[in-house]
Design a protein around this ligand. Structure first.
Ligand code: ACO
Length: 325
């Protein structure tokens, strides 16, 4: 089995910014409500680019940084809950856009846990499969799946994409442990893109295609499940929470991140945030945050730092990856 390390990262954020103040033009809301409940100050919203466009740019940046050629990539996995279409997958469109003609490509939908799920799958496929490089991308255009008439959800989400380039090698294995879960019995707490059965035998079935969320249920679920997942993956690998340098949580809500840090009794400084700038970008939030921390030097590849990546969201799904860089 080969060893797998993170070789490079990339991100792409659409240019157009909508501040909380901007939203008050369309919605009965306020900067005060959004900031105090969520920590969000603004979000980037795509005007023309679809999910595959954002993912393509993020992938090209990750490849370009380390001068790996697209044709060397054997595997592309895109985590998304807002694909361009049911088919082709976003990953196949990215494969075509970057001309990675030797890559197999598919999407994973585990909502906001998608990037953690995709990394878990990619690491194992790379380790045992005939691939040298994998692009693992979290990309979302959430602005096309939210109901812009529903202030309780529309203000929360944003668009963007982040990417890691994984490399098989002989000496460094970054992926130390994982703790990943799903509970489909609570799936109705967050739904999006429902499709009704309407065909020649049946018609008139209606569903709400927009994202709907029971915010309180999700909040409670996260506070109960996420600290447990983090503690389990750390302790199962003979480490203590104190030995983890950074906990990169899905950026859903600044209050949630604070609640998790409190429950784990770990300083809030170990839980970096960028939700103020981007809102909740679902599967894209963790790789975007990782890219920013690597770019600003807080996290360094090859430094021996220990980090935990934790996603949670629709499905319900949640999970943590323990990574030694
Ligand atoms: N502006 C002004 N008022 C609002 C807004 C808004 N944008 N949205 C809702 N309100 C009002 C409601 O109508 C309600 O008014 P009422 O009391 O008169 O009925 C009041 O504010 C309180 O609403 P709640 O929904 O109870 O507010 P709450 O304190 O629960 O905060 C929030 C809502 C921020 C969504 C919170 O529940 C939360 O963060 N939950 C976690 C959600 C989450 O993390 N989701 C992401 C995981 S899944 C994923 O990422 C895809």
């Amino acid at each position: 089995q080969g060893k797998v390390r993170i070789r490079s990262v990339g991100k792409y954020i659409p240019q157009r910014i909508l501040t909380n103040e901007d939203l008050t033009e369309w919605l009965d809301t306020s900067d005060e409500w959004i900031t105090s409940r969520t920590g969000i100050k603004q979000r980037h919203i795509s005007t023309t680019e679809n999910t595959s466009d954002l993912c393509t740019e993020a992938a090209l940046k990750a490849l370009d940084k380390v001068k790996v050629k697209a044709e060397e990539v054997g595997l592309i996995i895109v985590a998304t809950m807002s694909p361009d279409a049911h088919s082709p997958s976003v990953a196949c469109t990215v494969q075509s856009n970057i001309q990675a003609e030797n890559a197999m490509a598919f999407d994973i939908n585990a909502a906001c846990s998608g990037f953690v799920y995709a990394c878990s799958v990619a690491e194992k496929m790379l380790s045992v499969g005939p691939y040298q490089y994998a692009l693992v991308i979290g990309g979302e255009v959430m602005s096309k799946v939210v109901d812009w008439k529903d202030r309780s959800t529309a203000v929360l989400f944003g668009d963007g994409a982040g990417c890691v380039l994984l490399e098989k090698n002989n000496h460094t294995h970054n992926f130390i442990g994982e703790d990943i879960h799903a509970d489909g019995s609570r799936g109705q707490s967050l739904t999006s893109g429902e499709v009704a059965v309407n065909n020649l035998l049946t018609s008139g079935n209606e569903v709400n295609p927009y994202l709907q969320m029971n915010g309180r249920d999700i909040f409670d679920f996260v506070v109960r499940s996420v600290p447990k997942s983090i503690t389990e993956v750390v302790e199962a690998n003979q480490l203590r929470l104190e030995e983890v340098d950074f906990f990169l949580l899905h950026q859903a809500n600044a209050r949630l991140i604070k609640a998790v840090s409190k429950k784990l009794k770990q300083p809030i400084e170990k839980f970096p945030k960028n939700i103020d700038k981007y809102g909740n970008t679902s599967a894209a939030s963790i790789p975007i945050l990782l890219e920013e921390l690597i770019t600003n030097g807080d996290i360094q590849l090859g430094s021996n730092q220990t980090i935990v990546l934790t996603g949670f969201g629709g499905g319900l799904t949640w999970g943590s990856l323990l990574i030694k860089l």
